[in-house]
Design a binder for this molecule. Structure first.
Ligand code: C2E
Ligand code: MG
Ligand code: MG
Ligand code: MG
Length: 282
């Protein structure tokens, strides 16, 4: 009896495993298809200057609504793409699409607005990455200042020396580099001293706990960042009181549902009363 149960358990486990492999295989082929047939889209979330209320830029966030699978979140798309060798074409697609969009908004919104694009570790550590970015900026006829790249600490610290070289090469193009989700994971302040980044994005967990100790951390991180001449962005602002407190603490830019949810380009254009120019393929 017990033996039989054990066998059943193993069979059950194996079935699940096969199913999940089949599932991942299906997911992969759907993603490949979406990538090749304009099935993906990019949403944009405003980054607001807290002192003036001005929109400084937008973060580009990938979106995928599959006709068979429904909405698939970036938290599933990105690891899948990394695992199945799709992250390079996917990352390049997001970059290209975002640059085309910001080119238009530099004309219709204001001429310093920039787009901030998330970059996966695999993409960033690719040999030709800087050249690809340079080529894309040239194709879009944009200066490097139109682009910010968001990287997480974990993707940079594996090889600090080569990361530093890549960041410096990007900054020579005028591209800004941000450390995303700062304060999560195994962040060490010494990395901050070593990595020549321009921007620190304080993770939204600090905003969520702002009444509960988070404030002291935001204040300390902001003071340190400003001493190092870094710009401070705070993510995940959902309430007016949080926004006011963060502005008082001297944080430079804010991002969150209160300021604006990620939205498709046409919706942003309606919201900010811009001439609506729908991109081909949307
Ligand atoms: P992230 O770069 O930290 O992006 C911010 C995430 O917080 C986004 O989730 C955004 O929708 C969400 N968010 C913004 N404001 C608020 C708020 O006020 N409250 C709450 N609860 N959430 C807020 P999203 O779009 O699901 O993206 C998740 C993560 O997936 C991103 O985190 C980023 O690491 C990754 N990602 C998204 N798009 C791309 C991409 O094109 N390439 C790469 N490599 N990664 C991407
Ligand atoms: Mg980000
Ligand atoms: Mg973030
Ligand atoms: Mg995050």
């Amino acid at each position: 009896q017990a033996k039989q149960q054990g066998k059943n358990r193993i069979r059950f486990y194996e079935e699940n495993l096969t199913q999940s492999l089949v599932h991942r295989g299906q997911l992969e082929s759907h993603l490949r298809h979406a990538l090749q047939h304009e099935g993906l889209s990019v949403h944009y979330q405003p980054l607001q200057q807290l002192s003036s209320g001005r929109i400084a830029g937008f973060e580009a966030l990938i979106r995928w609504t599959s006709s068979t699978l429904g909405v698939v979140s970036p938290a599933s798309i990105i690891p899948l793409a990394e695992e199945r060798g799709l992250i390079i074409p996917l990352g390049e697609w997001v970059l290209e699409r975002s640059l085309r969009q910001i080119k238009r908004w530099r004309e219709s919104m204001h001429d310093e607005v920039y787009v901030s694009v998330n970059v996966s570790a695999l993409q960033f550590s690719q040999a030709g990455f800087v050249a690809t970015v340079e080529g894309m900026l040239a194709d879009a006829q944009l200066p490097g200042s139109a682009l910010m790249l968001e990287l997480t600490e974990s993707s940079l610290v594996e090889n600090i020396e080569s990361s530093t070289q890549t960041i410096n090469a990007l900054r020579n193009l005028g591209v800004r580099v941000a450390l995303d989700d700062f304060g999560t994971g195994y962040s060490s302040l010494s990395y901050l001293r070593q990595l020549p980044v321009d921007v620190l994005k304080i993770d939204r967990s600090f905003v969520q706990s702002i009444d509960d100790g988070g404030k002291a951390f935001v204040r300390a991180i902001t003071t340190l960042a400003h001493d190092l001449r870094l710009t401070v962005v705070v993510e995940g602002i959902e309430e007016r009181e949080q926004l006011e407190m963060l502005a008082e603490l001297g944080c430079d830019l804010g991002q969150g549902f209160l300021i604006g949810r990620p939205a498709q380009a046409a919706e942003i254009e309606r919201h900010y009363d811009l001439p609506i120019e729908v991109l081909v393929g949307e």
